[in-house]
Design a protein around this ligand. Structure first.
Ligand code: 5GP
Ligand code: ZN
Length: 114
């Protein structure tokens, strides 16, 4: 999508602090980190949010979550854990309409969210 900031990051037209990239996925540090470790994993395909997932997207989302786990583990969270979050639309607090999984680690996080 032409006006989507994460599509632009995926295409390389907007820079990011990249952690991982392959043909389908990209992981990069969040611009406004909420924990000592805070990165995002996105599909390069423009999927607006979880409500718009189709069954054909299931393998991609499975890969995305597994990659998020691998990266979090490699960045020091294997023993201490992390939070894997996908915000969805207004009530979910989504601000960028390109599906992304937040990975937050490096400190204990509160629950429930405010
Ligand atoms: P959401 O609120 O949609 O779940 O999360 C969007 C996240 O994207 C926020 O944590 C925000 O800090 C991050 N973000 C927004 N624009 C950019 C950007 O241009 N670069 C990076 N690295 N992160 C961004
Ligand atoms: Zn997009």
């Amino acid at each position: 999508m032409d006006d989507c900031i994460f599509c632009k990051i995926a295409k390389g037209s907007i820079p990011c602090n990249k952690i991982y990239e392959d043909g389908e996925l990209l992981a990069f540090h969040d611009l406004n980190p909420q924990a000592p470790l805070h990165f995002l994993v996105i599909p390069k395909k423009h999927i607006p949010n979880v409500m718009e997932l189709e069954s054909a997207d299931a393998p991609l989302l499975g890969r995305l979550l597994h990659k998020a786990q691998e990266l979090a583990a490699g960045l020091g969270c294997a023993e201490t854990g992390a939070r894997f979050v996908i915000n969805c639309k207004a009530d979910g607090g989504q601000t960028v309409d390109h599906l992304h999984c937040h990975v937050l680690g490096g400190r204990a996080l509160g629950w429930p969210p405010g």
